[in-house]
Design a protein. Sequence first.
Length: 347
Amino acid sequence: MRTVVAVSPGTGAGRSRLSSWAYALRTTNPPPGPVDALDPGTRWIVVSRAAVLPMTLVAGLVAGLLAVPEPGLDWRWLALAIVGIVCAHLANNLMNDLHDTRAGSDSARYPRALYAPHPILAGLVTRRALLTAALAVNAVDLVILVVLALARGWQVMAFALGGFVASVAYAAPPLRLKKRGLGEPDVLLVWGPLMVCGTYYCAVGHVGWPVALASLPYGLLCVAVLMGKHTDKIPFDEPLGIRTVPVLLGRRRARAVTLGLMVAFYPLVGVAVLVGAMPWPALLVAVALPRLVKIWPYLRRGPPDEPPKAFPVWPLWYAALVWLHTRQAGALLVLGLAIGATLHALG
């Protein structure tokens, strides 16, 4: 049984709240205890799945660091574009929970309600509050879009609307791309060319094929995370007729494809460096190879029968392993691009 530790007001309470936020950001779960005792910050970190927002932040940073050498760089529009894509991801998380709950695919026995408390089913928020939050975040994004379109032109609208349509179509009817084996390509499109190229365009006012190429390596890592998650969910999705790519492939081949996506990240970064789409310090991503080697055997076999001790996101298993690699490789990519941008500025 979960228990709640009472904390007296003041500095101690502040530290406790910060530690609660940090726990939720690290695990996607609230600290042990009843959900009705959560502070508003922790509650909304869990509801919004803020723990996965760094995936979008990294995509924005990749675009921004690629734009640094460009003479037309405007830091105001770059910063606003990054805020915009993070808000778009946040809104998408909220809308997906609304759509999947309405469609009946999210239930008390479905992984979404098992690896973390479901916003509606666990009583964290009401359906109306979730809808209000989604509309509010989308309204903020709309204001950002108008500002950026006025500053950079109608092309910004194309990137933003493309991303919005692709994100909504992922889970919402009538397309529900996730159910038709198209969710994974959808994620590659969104977290690769749409996010990176769109943010880059907002920053400098133009974009070309080198940026599109440079957007693909990190996009592959994001798809690998989704492949891992959908592989974990095969026993739950298949009976519901949710035909994700792992459901179509089967467990063994889905794990092989996930490994292939992670492996492909490295030579693709190399190609991008070779053709000048990325600076040579991006090769720093090779430091993440030992992490890939470490998780490789786990993706070659089935999941354990029981979760390891203190494993926070069970029944997700492969998703957690792939996320560890994506987090490290993505951080190293950002670091390498930052070094490249610094060397360019000094040279």
